[in-house]
Design a protein around this ligand. Structure first.
Ligand code: CAA
Length: 258
């Protein structure tokens, strides 16, 4: 498939998707979101891929939904077309790990897309924000919900009510990003991290992802119960036997995804 708004590559067992609308700061228009969903579908169904990295440019991960494309939408059109739903939520249904590698602006829908990923690596020049209120609207792809769960009410409120951006340091302090990386080595570091994950047992990695995500959807007691059952279930895999045997025998494990 020929993509026009994204670049899709593979690096060993890693699928790398680069948002690529440089003239519009990678603003997320319908065509880009459609392509993103197709690229994710491709990597999800490709057994050779173990993890996915989503990135943008040094200037912008993405500066939000495309304002020029949506500015004349009516309420009825938005409602009937379920605007900002199809394609946008594809990241949240990926079973394979998705890492966001964010440099420059991650604003509005850009910040929301980054937060839909499993974790965010930020370049030191990254800026995160939900500036929708400054253009007469509010976040529409989960910003008020995911940001609040991650950074807490006070910071999320300030960002959503004023549009104030967070730099990489503040984002790391607040738990929004897992760590800060040099802008020059951001993609390389994200791919290296994804490769390390992709070398592990895929069913076990997927179970770990499912268990962490469950923390956002349930009570602590139910979440721990769910985790415990999955932990028990890992012992039904060959990879658990191999992983623990390799530890006991002081060698590297050879996982078979079984
Ligand atoms: N939509 C469409 N085009 C955008 C865009 C967006 N979200 N963000 C930037 N662009 C375009 C600009 O129109 C400009 O295009 P032209 O050169 O053709 O004029 C180009 O990208 C470069 O932008 P600037 O000249 O503004 O660059 P800057 O360096 O001065 O500022 C910026 C960068 C701070 C990111 C600024 O562009 C900006 O504030 N962008 C909008 C951010 C925003 O409000 N995002 C929220 C969108 S709404 C949303 O996302 C809803 C949701 O929850 C899903």
């Amino acid at each position: 498939m020929a993509y026009k708004n994204i670049i899709v590559e593979t690096r060993s067992r890693v699928g790398l998707i680069t948002l690529n609308r440089p003239k519009a700061m990678n603003a997320l228009n319908a065509a880009l979101i459609d392509e993103l969903a197709q690229a994710l579908d491709g990597f999800e169904s490709d057994a050779a891929i173990g993890a996915i990295v989503l990135t943008g440019s040094e200037k912008a991960f993405a500066a939000g939904a495309d304002i020029l494309e949506m500015k004349d939408n009516t309420y009825a059109e938005n409602y009937l077309n379920n605007f900002i739903t199809d394609g946008w939520e594809r990241i949240t249904t990926c079973r394979k790990p998705v890492i966001a590698a964010v440099a420059g602006y991650a604003l509005g829908g850009g910040c929301e897309v980054a937060m839909m990923c499993d974790f965010i690596l930020a370049a030191e020049n990254a800026k995160f924000g939900q500036p929708e209120v400054t253009i007469g609207t509010i976040p529409g792809a989960g910003g008020t919900q995911r940001l609040t769960r991650v950074v807490g009410k006070s910071k999320a409120m300030e960002m959503c009510l004023s549009g104030r951006m967070m730099d990489a340091e503040e984002a790391e302090r607040s738990g929004l990003v897992s760590r800060i990386v040099d802008v020059d080595s951001l993609v390389e570091e994200a791919v290296k991290t994804a490769e390390a994950i992709a070398k592990l047992s895929q069913p076990i990695v997927l179970m770990a992802k499912e268990a962490v995500n469950n923390a956002y959807e349930t009570t602590l007691t139910q979440g721990v119960h769910f985790e415990r059952r999955l932990f028990h279930a890992t012992f039904s895999t060959e990879d658990q036997k191999e992983g623990m045997a390799a530890f006991a025998e002081k060698r590297q494990p050879a996982f078979k995804n079984r």
